[in-house]
Design a protein. Structure first.
Lengths: 445, 485
């Protein structure tokens, strides 16, 4: 159930009023998610869940505590506030505590809410599953996948008069189809704020094509190869890059963005011709325009034409260093300056290289160099003389993200993708990168 | 509570359900985070709700709500049945549940001191004292510490006649020390390996967390100045505080039956340990016996009954190297012609659909000889000893894995000679477990674990432990991940 702004405001203000604290921050979020899973060619489970959670942070001076509940009767609200107060009173002084914010203005993303998505039912999902299964059945592939829609809201209020409210819908579909001999696997996905944007049949056809073409992969020696990375793979790299962009960590010398001898690398050209930005009002990836403190998340340029323009500034560290706070990225938008190319262009221009559909189990190897390890999955192909020649066995990669992006030779138009790492709405291009380090072979299909 | 459960079950039956279960779940969490000389977060959450699972026309349905009343439970059951009906139109294979006895029972984590009742001040003082001790070591710049307590209370009832109440408490104190060489622009961190586990606050009070702080801090500094490892095939000695995660990834996940049969293909992946290999595959050599269990005291996945209402048990997954068992639920038992579930159903919240989750999966100690970690080091002429967990990653069928660690020793001539850095090892599951050549004994057996093992769509989190003795492996591929990734 989606709470209306006035309903959310009423509960938030009631919570704030119940507290004796000077600084009170109350957050309310909730809504519903609905999903259907399918595997081995049929529906395996489904779920529809409604939830709402209230979180109240109370501060007495610099002592603060936070409590949260998901019941909204008056007794529970009182208990929540009392718990937060009790924790605040028992907590030592926190010299980093920031007083709550007063009223703020937010740029509300227009495309975030879609009534059709909010109403997408179990029957609708079952029909969508049938649309996904049809190409797989025709091609005698074993189909697995997931369809989920969500309709959620977030609201925040403070004792200093701030109130923010945002609601969004979401729709995701992903398909993994495997060949009956177990040697081929293909994956495709789509996500949007509007379920009407999802073409279930198209996603299934791409997964079908990838599965069929990836059958009977051959071994290729590990090594450095030119890599054409499809957008889903690029999104994982970008997600991990932004995990390391905290300004405080850089100032404290524990980050790739710390300069040896002190200071940060802001102003250095690190990312070739890529620009990385955030924009809650972005047409493809509308996002919540405030963070958990109610701080507005505005349009931000993190990298511009490769140059590091800004790190991520928390409110405390920004105040400490006389900088404006930025909060976290509302979303992640990566684009390249100059001409864009299709994936087909990238393949055609590649003498010897690999086409990668997506990555799996990506983890930091060495955070101080933003080096990652992970594996390719669900469609990895050998390119020779401008053509996709054959499927190859999957690889583990060990690769520095910045070097990969800095050395990229081509990029496509950015598209919206979902990531396996839960980094929120992401819009990235496919890229062609030189010298990508495929470190060892994986027999996984 | 029983009235609410009965209302949900009746409504499910009236909506055509051939089976239904209801879980009322209350999750409480307390979290304290500190850094250096101050607290940065103190929070407590309390979540309550009802989830109802139904089978109608052979298909699963599920619905959940945070509205906890008799009427809402009945309404949620009807909604659950409606989703099942929608799915039943396009399924080919109706769900069949293995039989399970009905239980009227309660179960709780044995504990002396409820961590939620221990005064906040005691916990904060303890964490700040750890930080102070760590920061006394020259070269250490930062120390972050934390304490997490999770209380999972649930009431389960099913149309098979079970009514089960369980009260599970898990906790995890932790800290990480960071040393920095500003001039070189390098930093190194060392985390304490104290595992999350079930129990009361007495676990913290009886621990060596505080006493270990100077050593852990010194090791962070030593890592800064450690020699970079040479890559190549080496003997590898793995401490239990490291090896538990290798077991989790290379044995725990591959032996999940839903994975092996393709039910997790879209996200978590499948498994090389397919059903045709059961009873035939040599997973490792004779030294390798792996037990699955949900009954060992203190381990994270332990409970009285799973979320299918099945009484928990202990069984072998690998017996002296031979692959002999899977993890199953009531739905899955028949898939491999077993008559009863192994009791591995779990949902991480009232909102989540229960499905097969990993029990505790542990490596049996050496029954013949009580070899210690020091014995393994003494027996090694040229090798590397890894303590604690670092980077970890494994492919989606569980063949190729690569692990880092927290601290690395070069071992030469039976002695720890110097600290190393930039170490990772890469191997393949079957080759790795066949290379096990020294198995530690009972005295060195320890359990590590995770409060956040992910699986499923939407993603669910499971708490699971893995016990093991220290072990040595031959000819493992060591990588230098610092020189060139």
């Amino acid at each position: 159930m989606i709470w209306k702004p006035e309903e959310a405001r009423r509960v938030l203000e009631r919570s704030i009023k119940l507290s004796r604290g000077k600084d009170v921050l109350a957050r309310l979020s909730g809504g519903g998610t609905r999903n259907t899973r399918f595997a081995v060619g049929e529906i395996t489970s489904t779920g529809e869940a409604e939830s709402a959670e209230l979180s109240v942070q109370v501060a007495f001076g610099n002592r603060h505590g936070t409590a949260s509940v998901n019941q909204f009767d008056d007794a529970t609200l009182r208990r929540c506030v009392e718990t937060a107060e009790e924790m605040a009173q028992l907590s030592p002084e926190d010299p980093e505590f920031m007083p709550v914010l007063g009223p703020q203005k937010y740029d509300q993303p227009r495309a975030a809410w879609d009534a059709k998505t909010a109403a997408f039912s179990a029957d609708d999902r079952a029909r969508a599953v049938a649309a996904c299964l049809e190409p797989a059945r025709a091609a005698k592939l074993t189909a697995a996948g997931f369809i989920e829609t969500g309709a959620r809201f977030q609201a925040v209020a403070t004792s200093a008069g701030l109130f923010g409210y945002a609601a969004h819908t979401s729709a995701d579909v992903s398909c993994t189809f495997r060949t009956s001999d177990g040697t081929g696997s293909g994956w495709a996905h789509a996500n949007s704020n509007r379920v009407g944007d999802l073409d279930f049949g198209r996603v299934a056809r791409i997964a079908t094509d990838k599965a069929q073409r990836s059958q009977q992969p051959q071994k290729l020696d590990p090594g450095e190869y030119t890599a054409v990375l499809e957008p889903a793979a690029v999104a994982d790299l970008v997600g991990y890059l932004t995990f390391t962009m905290d300004a405080r960590s850089a100032d404290e010398g524990r980050s790739f963005f710390a300069k040896p001898g002190g200071g940060t690398r802001v102003g250095e050209r690190l990312l070739g011709r890529f620009s990385l930005s955030s924009d809650p009002a972005h047409a493809l990836a509308p996002a919540q325009p405030f963070d958990g403190d109610g701080l507005p998340l505005r349009k931000m340029a993190w990298f511009e034409d490769g140059e590091l323009k800004s790190l991520l500034w928390s409110r405390y560290w920004a105040k400490n260093k006389g900088h404006a706070p930025t909060g976290r990225p509302a979303n992640r938008i990566l684009r390249a300056s100059g001409p864009t190319h299709t994936i087909e262009d990238m393949v055609k221009s590649t003498e010897r290289g690999l086409l990668v559909t997506r990555f799996w189990y990506v983890r930091f190897l060495e955070p101080e160099r933003v080096s990652l390890t992970g594996l390719t999955r669900d469609g990895t192909f050998w390119i020779e003389n401008g053509q996709i020649k054959r499927p190859v066995k999957n690889f583990r990669f060990n690769q520095e993200v910045v070097a990969c992006l800095a050395g990229a030779e081509m990029a496509s138009q950015p598209v919206r993708v979902s990531t396996g790492e839960g980094t929120g709405p992401t819009v990235v291009p496919a890229i062609k990168a030189k010298g990508f380090h495929f470190a060892s072979i994986s027999d996984a299909v | 509570m029983r009235r609410l459960a009965d209302a949900a079950l009746s409504a499910a039956r009236a909506s055509g359900a051939s089976y239904a279960d209801v879980r009322v779940v209350r999750m409480r969490r307390q979290n304290i985070q500190t850094r250096e000389d101050h607290v940065v977060q103190v929070s407590e959450s309390d979540e309550l709700g009802v989830g109802v699972r139904t089978i109608v026309g052979g298909a699963w349905g599920f619905a959940a709500t945070n509205q906890v009343s008799v009427d809402d439970a009945a309404r949620t059951a009807q909604k659950s049945a409606a989703t099942a009906k929608a799915n039943s139109k396009i399924i080919a294979h109706p769900v069949e549940l293995a039989p399970a006895p009905a239980y009227l029972d309660t179960w709780q984590t044995p504990r002396q001191k409820d961590p939620f009742r221990v005064p906040l001040k005691n916990k904060v003082d303890f964490l700040l004292e750890v930080n102070r001790e760590a920061l006394k070591v020259k070269g250490v710049r930062y120390c972050s510490s934390g304490f997490a307590a999770i209380s999972e209370w649930k009431y389960f009832a099913s149309t098979d006649g079970s009514y089960i109440e369980q009260d599970i408490v898990r906790l995890w104190p932790s800290y990480t020390v960071t040393a920095i060489d500003v001039g070189k622009g390098e930093f190194q961190s060392r985390a304490h390996g104290f595992p999350p586990q079930q129990g009361g606050y007495e676990l913290v009070e009886q621990s060596t967390l505080l006493a270990d702080a100077p050593r852990v801090a010194s090791e962070a500094v030593e890592k800064l100045h450690a020699a970079s490892v040479s890559s190549g095939k080496r003997m590898l000695i793995l401490d239990p505080a490291h090896l538990w995660l290798t077991i989790h990834e290379s044995v725990g996940h591959p032996t999940e039956l839903d994975r092996a049969l393709g039910y997790e293909a879209n996200m978590a992946g499948t498994s090389f340990a397919t059903v045709d290999k059961l009873g035939k595959l040599r997973y490792g050599n004779e030294l390798m016996t792996i037990w699955a269990d949900k009954i060992s005291p203190g381990l994270l996945a332990t409970c009285g009954y799973d979320d299918d209402g099945v009484k928990t048990t202990r069984w072998k997954l690998v017996d002296r190297g031979l692959f002999v068992g899977y993890q199953t639920t009531r739905e899955q038992a028949a898939w491999i012609h077993e008559k009863a579930s192994r009791g591995c159903s779990y949902a991480d919240s009232y909102q989540s659909f229960p499905f097969q989750r990993m029990p505790n999966v542990s490596l049996e100690w050496n029954q013949k000889k009580d070899l210690t970690l020091d014995d393994l080091v003494a027996a090694t002429d040229d090798g590397i000893l890894i303590l604690g967990n670092g980077s970890w990653s494994i492919d989606h069928q569980r063949y190729n894995f690569q692990f880092g660690g927290q601290f690395f020793w070069e071992v030469k001539g039976g002695k720890r000679t110097r600290p190393l850095k930039d170490v990772a090892y890469q191997s393949n599951t079957i080759a790795f477990w066949h290379s096990l050549d020294l198995l530690g004994g009972k005295s060195g057996w320890r359990a590590g674990g995770s409060l956040g093992d992910g699986k499923g769509e939407p993603a669910q989190s499971n708490s699971v432990s893995h016990g093991c003795p220290p072990c040595r492996f031959r000819d493992v591929n060591i990588l230098n991940v610092g020189r060139r990734p």
